[in-house]
Design a protein around this ligand. Structure first.
Ligand SMILES: NC(=O)c1ccc[n+]([C@@H]2O[C@H](COP(=O)([O-])OP(=O)(O)OC[C@H]3O[C@@H](n4cnc5c(N)ncnc54)[C@H](O)[C@@H]3O)[C@@H](O)[C@H]2O)c1
Ligand SMILES: [Zn+2]
Ligand SMILES: [Zn+2]
Length: 361
């Protein structure tokens, strides 16, 4: 029997979000219903609300979540009711050309639930990133549920479902940061700070945090930044070069998603260095760079979707590191809020007051 729960809906472009009754169908073959315990507010939810990701309104927002599997459909063997899981937006198919080549972290045919959640009048909802977890319960593909050690608090675990995984993975997977590397991170919100934490975990020798907000730079320092640059006051390219013997950083991670910060990242890296774009641009943005510089500076320009993570490999590993005290995921949670406070959380995010607001249910 379908269930009715409360969920946070973005009804239309730039309209305030509101709580509506969401109809969650019973899980069909390969699907699972998850009782959401916590879901972080990610900048991508704001992008959805602003129409930056598409105009498939109404969206059921929220995608950075942890919870307990309530029921599973036919053929589901990897998870069962009662399992504590982090929801992921990369349920790999195992059959696409990326999976078949042994690169499932690029899977081009990821799974979501086949059935749709709806409003009570039957209007179909588009769950953010195929998850939709600002809701008491949500319907996902079973492969979107990754089991982790239940000793971790849900509001901490859920963060790995998106932003924190994206940032850590941008450093350790996409950027391949290694022992002794110099790294610069431009934009130190939840994602950028996670890139800082990931760089520290990987053994980077120098980690330069860049932001336009001193409060963010302070937090970045507590996450492992060895140097900070306020790019409102100081040219970040010059500053990063100065801090790296005049050369630039081995890896520069852009976690804002704007052409001007990408250009900074491009010029702030050493010859043959790596730029990782993890910030998400909007459709109208354009980038112009001298092609000769692209050629002449060598190295690699990469984008990082979800930190090139493989949830089954990375989520349990990072939770274990957290439980051992080697990765302070709790530091990302600025505040816990209720379901009806998401709109205010967007405002606080916009003002830069928080790293992560996490809805607890
Ligand atoms: N690629 C992925 O898989 C993925 C996953 C999650 C989020 N994201 C994206 O990552 C980006 C960051 O997300 P977040 O949740 O950390 O957002 P956030 O709003 O918490 O952080 C953005 C940070 O950038 C800083 N900033 C803004 N303009 C700047 C500038 N010109 N120079 C330097 N710093 C600047 C802000 O002060 C803030 O600290 C967003 O674009 C988000 O959509 C990407
Ligand atoms: Zn695949
Ligand atoms: Zn996100």
């Amino acid at each position: 029997m379908a269930q009715e729960v409360r969920g946070v809906i973005a009804p239309g472009k730039d309209e305030p979000v509101r709580i509506e009754t969401v109809v969650v169908p019973d899980p069909g073959p390969g699907e699972a219903v998850v009782r959401v315990q916590a879901c972080g507010v990610c900048h991508t939810d704001l992008h959805y609300k602003q129409g930056g990701i598409g105009d498939d309104f109404p969206f059921l927002l929220g995608h950075e979540a942890a919870g307990v599997v309530e029921s599973v459909g036919d053929g589901v063997t990897d998870v069962e009711p009662g399992d504590f899981v982090i929801l992921n937006w990369r349920a790999v198919c195992g059959k696409c050309r990326a999976c078949l080549r042994g690169r499932p972290w690029y899977c081009f045919d990821t799974h979501n639930a086949k059935q749709r959640m709806t409003l009570t009048d039957g209007t179909e909802l588009s769950p953010a990133l195929g998850i939709g977890a600002f809701a008491e319960k949500t319907l996902v593909a079973a492969g979107q549920c990754t089991k982790v050690d239940p000793a971790v608090a849900p509001q901490v675990a859920g963060l790995l479902g998106c932003g924190v995984m994206a940032g850590i993975g941008a450093a350790i997977n996409t950027g391949n940061v290694g022992r002794g590397d110099s790294v610069a991170v431009i934009g130190c919100g939840g994602v950028g700070d996670a890139a800082v934490a990931g760089s520290r975990l990987a053994g980077a020798a120098k980690i330069i945090a860049v932001d336009i907000d001193d409060r963010k730079l302070e937090t970045a320092r507590s996450m492992g930044a060895t140097h900070t640059v306020n790019s409102r006051e100081t040219d970040p390219v010059e500053a990063i070069r100065e801090l790296t013997g005049g050369f630039g950083a081995d890896v520069v991670i852009e976690a804002v998603g704007r052409p001007e910060t990408y250009r900074q990242a491009f010029y702030a890296r050493d010859l043959a260095g790596t730029v990782v774009l993890v910030g998400v641009p909007t459709p109208e943005m354009k980038l112009e760079l001298p092609l000769l510089d692209v050629f002449g500076r060598g190295g690699s320009l990469k984008s990082s979707w979800y930190g090139d993570c493989l949830p089954s490999r990375d989520f349990p590993m990072l939770i274990d590191l957290h439980l051992q005290g080697r990765l302070d995921l709790g530091a990302f949670v600025t505040e816990t809020i209720q379901l009806d406070e998401v709109e205010q959380a967007f405002e606080r995010m916009h003002r830069g007051d928080v790293l992560r607001s996490v809805v607890v249910l």
